[in-house]
Design a binder for this molecule. Sequence first.
Ligand SMILES: Nc1ncnc2c1ncn2[C@@H]1O[C@H](COP(=O)(O)OP(=O)(O)OP(=O)(O)O)[C@@H](O)[C@H]1O
Ligand SMILES: [Mg+2]
Length: 400
Amino acid sequence: MGEFVPINRVMLRNYKSIGFCDVRLSPLTYLVGVNGSGKSNFLDGLHLVRDALNGSLESALNERGGLSEVRRRSSGHPTHFGIRLEFTLPSGEQGHYAFNIGALKDRGYEVQTEECVISGRGKGPFFQVDRGKLRATSEPAFPAVTADRLALVAASGLSAFRPVYDMLAAMSFYNLNPKVMRELQKPQEGRLLRPAGENIASAVGHLERVAPDQLRIIQEYLQTVVPMVQGVERKAIGPMETLEFRQDMAGSKYPWRFLAQNMSDGTLRALGVLVALFQGNRDYAPTLVGIEEPETALHPAAATALREALVRASRQTQVVVTSHSPDLLDDRALSSDSFLAVVSEAGETRIAPLDEASRKTMREQLFSAGELLRLNQLAPDRDVLAEQLARQPDLFGEQP
Ligand SMILES: Nc1ncnc2c1ncn2[C@@H]1O[C@H](COP(=O)(O)OP(=O)(O)OP(=O)(O)O)[C@@H](O)[C@H]1O
Ligand SMILES: [Mg+2]
């Protein structure tokens, strides 16, 4: 394809409702499926990797209610969950990072196996750690490892593994909440928008300083979505800060100014989505941006602008979104390769590319993905699902 897809393949085992999945991601991936099918759980698997690398594995698990809530509940009582991500580094090198987390008898957890391989084992840097013991590595010296932490955090001190750490720790995930975007916010680090938009004033202020061109793109799309809004900037209010919007008013020579507190849900959410998508700049760019239901609170007529924004952003930053919006997907030019269909069968999530019937319909541009979604016809490919289940590989080593 020639496009740069940083995170190109994801395998999850026993992660929440997901028994096993093995899927490839595109520059822009849409996850579609009915309520409760497991779309958010899939994104959360990636989010956990990021949280565990940025903070600690323990807090990443605790935030989610502990290992017992994260690993899949089923009659088979799986005692561990596992994640494998295959990636392409900015240098062009390919690799994978994988780990299994298991329960200990005394309610604790341990990293059973963790592996990072760049350019194939023996060809580039690699390490493998089992239960706090370094089994193998390409490096002459390796930092101390323990079973309750991910070794990649310690290994990020080595230049060989730093690019993997930087890449995975820079994934970011959004479920924007206009209520928290409306509140006065404490000035904070605005390099990266936080998950609900709780630092959006700082994020916009940061872009004003370091990337005004990106902010201009954001404002242009915002105006397409909400034509009255002329612009937005960070505004200090005593020790706090918020956003100030400029809005056209009939009969008024100068635009009116509104603080975030008085802006509409749809405007705030749209701004949040746009900042999430276009916040990347020369200093710092997220590797992958995951957004929950970007269409929420938007009028159907705004869908075209939002879709264009997603496509444009995905040229710079990999994007994964969940969506229930036929309007957002109502474009016959959307490739069926961009979709993953998520279904739940007897409480177990399965994820695969669209089935051949949907792909053919879309290829021939008979129906758009949005029209198929309205007809409830975006189904996963049964053959791929069967093949996934038959193969059930472990998450380590080289994979076909
Ligand atoms: N540890 C677990 N084991 C098994 N199932 C789980 C576990 N944790 C959550 N689930 C199930 O996952 C489902 C929710 O999945 P998820 O939130 O990913 O759905 P979704 O596709 O995002 O839905 P929506 O479109 O409504 O947001 C729930 O039905 C819940 O029972
Ligand atoms: Mg969800």
